[in-house]
Ligand binder design. Sequence first.
Ligand SMILES: [Fe+2]
Ligand SMILES: [Fe+2]
Length: 356
Amino acid sequence: MKKLIQEHRRKFGEFEVIDFVDEKEVERLRDHIRVDAPISVNWTWEYGSEVEELRKLYEKGKVNQWNAETDVDWDRPLTNDEFILNPRASLLASLCQMMGKDEATQKAAMFDEINYVLCQLLHGEQAALQLCGQLTNVCEKMDEKWYASSQVIDEARHVEVFSKLMQRKFGTIYPIGGTLKILLDELLTADSVQKKTLGMQTLFEGMAVGIMDMMRSESQNELLTDVLRRVEQDEARHAAFGVLMMRRVVSEAEPEQMEEMEDWAFSILEALNANQQLDMLRLFGPKYGFDPELVVKMVTALPNFAEFNSLAYMHTVIPNLKNLGLITERTEGDWRRLGMLTDKRMTAEEIGTILN
Ligand SMILES: [Fe+2]
Ligand SMILES: [Fe+2]
């Protein structure tokens, strides 16, 4: 199967990682601001509703709007003097604890890690905003255009709420990682509405919901919990749109098209998984005194690596792909081998003991 980002792959023991060692190369990727994307504009003269469920979703979207500036109580504190999550949920806090660092350092390390992860979600939200804007053009039916436009305002609000959270509380907006920039550009430049919907609504929103939901369930900070809960409520509508659209797509697809979508979905998530947070670990390794390569080697060599690693994947995206028929016997073994698909899920308590 075709693998993306071949030129940055290295073997860490049994595991093949994508590792951007040269920061200049990542800067070049970030500087690629103007991206040419093929977009077709579709007029329609059918103004009546054709897809009832989509119309319902659009109506739901209208009544469930919220205001990121006035509905969120921004006076609530969020600082690195507290464990903003349960310590077991933070890789960096666990590492610092393992290395015998004091609690203040563990708190600061967790704060940095969550700041970094939320910034990657923020950049992903910007991609979702741009992609939904594209969908208002490329979709053929009026119901789809109306729904997509309502998601545009949702995604704008997500960019707003996460960027304000970074500016007002965390204090830093970390730039996008190299792997994520390449993968988001892959979706934004995809030439079909099928790939755009599969890529954004099923793959990336599925991953984002998994990460946000895991973070919210371990959150110990009111403001963070509130922001994540609000964004997740919107994402539930987006996921429903993804499922409705993709069900139609797969029901009309020929076997070769199904295979192509299956391979494409795999190649995107395989590349995401291959990064193993190396971008983040490289950034904070010097500050907290750990070797980023060693951390990834240690984690990927754990006997229960798959159970731990698959949590974010098994949360939403893998079940959805399976339901759509986009994980078949042909590829299931590969998903399992790379620790993205498992039968057993780890409990929160088990996660806490993984590095000890
Ligand atoms: Fe979003
Ligand atoms: Fe979304």
